[in-house]
Design a protein around this ligand. Sequence first.
Ligand code: GTP
Length: 298
Amino acid sequence: VPLSVKKKLVIMGKSGAGKTSMRSLIFSNYTAHDTQRLGATIDVEHSTVQFMGDLNLNIWDCGGQHKYLDNYLTEQKENIFGNVEVLIYVFDLETTNRESEYVLYDDCLSNLATFSKDAKVYCLVHKMDKIPDHEQKIATLDSYRRALAKRSDMFKPDVYGTSIWDHTLYQAWSKIVYKLVPNMGIIEKHLRNFCRLTDASEVALFERATFLVVCYTTSNHSDFLDKYMAISQSIKQYRNVCNQAQSPFRSVQMRNKSSTLFIEPFTKSTYILVITTDSEIEPAVTKGNIEAAKSHFI
Ligand code: GTP
């Protein structure tokens, strides 16, 4: 019997960095446009999200105005930094004072070292869309990576560039939640078996509510990953449109010259993506295989 697991995620960073925006996009079906209406978060906003069945993500979105930050680092430090599984620190790359950002980051990490020394830290260099030039994007991210590697001691954070305006946000959050899902090894094994037995060329699993990619079979990483993240973003937008039109999203099937893509509801908490390149395989057969595989994954 799977046990329900509760994990605390803390999102930290200065006011206006984009913390509530990213949380609302990933977990509450907001569009990037909707976030422009968000007000500043008052103190800490708590939410619990059920993810992949057994996992309860307990999200602490910490308002970044000075009055709150001071309080988190003094009176509330044990409450905020205790029992943390993941700390997500959001840097606004438009900041005019990077040094003061780093001071705050250092304070957060020293509290984390005291109260949750085994936590995993992710740094998101956010609003990358503000830098149009690709080379400059890479240079900015590198400079953050160098600075953060020097000052993070034991935590060794993963640093990602993100924006609510493209799939990079999905990419970062997929990597964050991937590490939290219990039994991922078993899910991956089943998915590889399914891929082999059905002669599919690619298979991936998306979490139902967020459409984050939680698992995929192909070994050829970067191109494929980009594709899946773009699918996450597009399907979620499309599903919003369907919901507004009161015609709920169900599944997708697309065909080009060499392959057929299916996205079908799978388990209670996932959708499955299957791509076949063998034109001999009838769509009905692939759908039948998906149906038959469901019982192995629940
Ligand atoms: P506090 O609640 O005060 O701590 O702020 P916050 O970090 O939660 O910021 P919030 O999510 O409210 O976002 C502030 C503004 O930044 C909003 O107008 C968002 O639309 C905008 N924003 C968020 N993410 C991005 C991004 O990736 N790119 C751009 N250009 N704007 C963004």
